[in-house]
Design a protein around this ligand. Structure first.
Ligand SMILES: Nc1ncnc2c1ncn2[C@@H]1O[C@H](COP(=O)(O)OP(=O)(O)OP(=O)(O)O)[C@@H](O)[C@H]1O
Length: 606
């Protein structure tokens, strides 16, 4: 069928889409069948009306009943087109959506990190909505329009080819002129849509960044921006309406004049005896079925293109690289060090080395602090350990619990480590659920135990709904410290032998900070910990400190050893940690630190 081939042969995206539609083939067949029935009824009705007009059917009453009968049969067919197309498209797109959501969970970090969340969500919602609309509104037309066009045109040519010829010249002319008149409206409408999206962006920014907007007293600036665009929207809208009002009568005239001319010509042909009265009735009824497909052709083409674009966009997302699956249940070497890096080199883009021949080992129960300037590669180290990224095969060896990273199934690896990041990500769910994500089979008692260990139980119990308190987006409704403690409780519940900790540096009040620190401290006990350290107290307590500088391990040792070494750490200490000196117990005083820092700088350390 023309429609079918238009959909599948030319477009790889459509033929791929067809795989999702295939399981619902009976509903597709029903849609096509009902469309063809409607096309047939429309044509046969023309013939019946002609006979009625010519009174050649015998009893006009019987004829009227027949016409009404056909109209009545047409109604369930039209219903069936909508219902069956909705049925197969909703089901097929549900399967596609499920696959996409499933795929999003498996996406490689490299597929996600550089994309906007909006892009992922838009593929899932907008693109599927475009396809849904296409299937329900336009799919049946791909079958109905060609059939009705060919049927009506054949019948009309048999009735009076002269009239067909004259109307095919005159009527499309009217349609084209009316469309030309409408063209500026299309561009006005596009501009209007653009302005409306601008308006939405401003509103979204103002709502999304409400805290900053308020803190910087930017409300007036935003309001001004908003009203300026709003004025433009109104101006544009009015301009469009004015144009509409002006051209509607002209459009009607342009559209109806050719029809009047054709009727007049038809009258002339009747007078000449070349056409019967029934013939002109048949003609007036059927000509719309010839003209409609012609006038709808551009719309149909653009609809097909739009749907193809949406499908392509969706399948692109399905083709984004996913994480590899590893072997499950491989034995762990219990005596091996929990973490070992050997000459690890890593680059995100294949060019710039973010880690350069890094080698170190973390033994069981050890706490190793990683320090270094911004962009030194600290977070990248964690991303590798979590299996979010992997070095190239020749990029060294990473072993976790004695097994090379490449052997691990990512999910199995992550089940053995907990990551507590600086920004505590909480989900729009209850507090209990947020902690429970640490281990999905945890009982309420275990969740409460974890919350107690993380010093979160007390404040949770003070909330009116306690553990059942629903959290807003990103944990809205809780303080920074409270959010941190919920994240720590989640990690407590997960109870893994290896802990990757990016120490929170967000401005917590001193009480909250003390609670978070003490929660972290109790979690670190008895575990192997790699901590990106931002606090002097943590660095001091670490068994070893690795100083990461521009992707290399510049120094390694204890706090005192490194200070004595008077190198990168010494300088970093002055820059980052000395300010906290007063708050910490028994360390260097600031002037001593500064002096050591100076020596570090003099020694030529960057
Ligand atoms: N997803 C990514 N794609 C490409 N480059 C990245 C990506 N993530 C980080 N980088 C780059 O890698 C380098 C190291 O970044 P990383 O986040 O590991 O540093 P860091 O030591 O944790 O820094 P900070 O202390 O500021 O968080 C930086 O130059 C950064 O721009």
């Amino acid at each position: 069928m023309i429609g079918g081939s238009l959909l599948s042969k030319r477009n790889p995206a459509f033929s791929r889409l067809a795989r999702y539609v295939k399981p619902y083939f009976p509903w597709v067949a029903l849609t096509v069948f009902a469309s063809l029935c409607v096309a047939a009824i429309d044509i046969v009705l023309g013939k019946a009306i002609e006979r009625l007009a010519e009174e050649t059917f015998g009893s006009p009453v019987a004829m009227i009943f027949m016409v009404l009968g056909m109209v009545l049969v047409g109604m369930p067919c039209k219903f069936m087109i909508k219902y069956a197309s909705a049925k197969f498209s909703v089901s097929a797109l549900k399967d596609l959506r499920n696959e996409l959501v499933d795929r999003f969970g498996d996406l490689a970090m490299s597929s996600v990190e550089r994309r906007f969340t909006g892009d992922l969500v838009s593929r899932l919602t907008n693109n599927t909505a475009v396809l849904q609309n296409f299937f329900i509104q336009h799919f049946a037309n791909l079958f109905y329009l060609p059939v009705v066009f060919i049927g009506a045109l054949t019948l009309l040519l048999l009735t009076s080819w002269k009239l067909v010829l004259s109307s095919l010249v005159l009527m499309p002319l009217g349609i084209v002129l009316a469309a030309l008149l409408n063209k500026p409206i299309q561009s006005y409408s596009a501009q209007l849509q653009e302005k409306i999206s601008e308006l939405n962006v401003v509103a979204q920014d103002a709502i999304g960044g409400i805290a900053i907007v308020k803190a910087f007293n930017m409300q007036a600036a935003f309001l001004k921006k908003y009203t300026l665009i709003m004025d433009e929207v109104i101006r544009q809208g009015l301009r469009m309406e004015k144009r509409y009002a002006a051209i509607t009568p002209i459009g009607v005239a342009l559209f109806s004049t050719p029809i009047i001319l054709v009727i007049a010509y038809g009258g002339y042909l009747i007078a000449q005896g070349e056409l019967s009265a029934g013939g002109i009735v048949l003609f007036l009824y059927l000509i719309t079925f010839v003209l409609q497909p012609i006038s709808m052709l551009p719309t149909m083409i653009s609809q097909v293109k739009e749907a193809a674009g949406a499908a392509q966009h969706l399948f692109e997302a399905l083709d984004w690289p996913t994480e590899r699956k590893g072997q499950m249940n491989l034995p762990v070497r219990p005596t091996a060090a929990p973490v070992r890096f050997e000459a690890v080199t890593f680059s995100y883009d294949g060019e710039t080395k973010v880690l350069d021949r890094i080698s170190f080992q973390v033994n069981e129960g050890e706490t190793v602090a990683i320090v270094g300037g911004s962009g030194g590669g600290k977070s990248t180290l964690f991303k590798l350990l979590c299996g979010f990224y992997e070095p190239e095969p020749e990029g060294g060896i990473i072993e976790v619990f004695g097994r090379p990273l490449s052997d691990w199934d990512p999910a199995e690896l992550r089940a053995r480590l907990s990551l507590v990041s600086q920004e505590s990500y909480l989900f729009p769910a209850t507090i209990a659920e947020n902690i429970g994500y640490g281990r999905t089979d945890a009982t309420r008692e275990e969740i409460v135990e974890a919350a107690k260990a993380a010093h979160a139980h007390e404040f949770i119990m003070q909330l009116p709904q306690g553990y059942e308190t629903p959290l807003g987006e990103r944990g809205g409704g809780l303080s920074g410290g409270q959010k941190q403690r919920i994240s720590i409780a989640r990690a407590f519940l997960k109870d893994t032998p290896l802990l990757l900790l990016d120490e929170p540096t967000s401005a917590l009040d001193s009480h909250s900070e003390a609670l978070v620190q003490s929660a972290l401290k109790s979690m670190m006990g008895g575990r192997t910990v790699l901590v990106i350290a931002h606090r002097l107290s943590t660095v001091r307590q670490a068994d070893r400190i690795l100083v990461l500088d521009q992707g290399r391990i510049a120094e390694s040792g204890t706090h005192d050893e490194l200070l004595r070494h008077n190198g990168v750490y010494s300088k970093l200490y002055v820059q980052q940690f000395a300010a906290a000196e007063d708050e910490d117990t028994g360390g260097l005083d600031r002037s001593q630190a500064a002096r050591r820092g100076e020596r570090g700088l003099q020694a030529g350390v960057r």
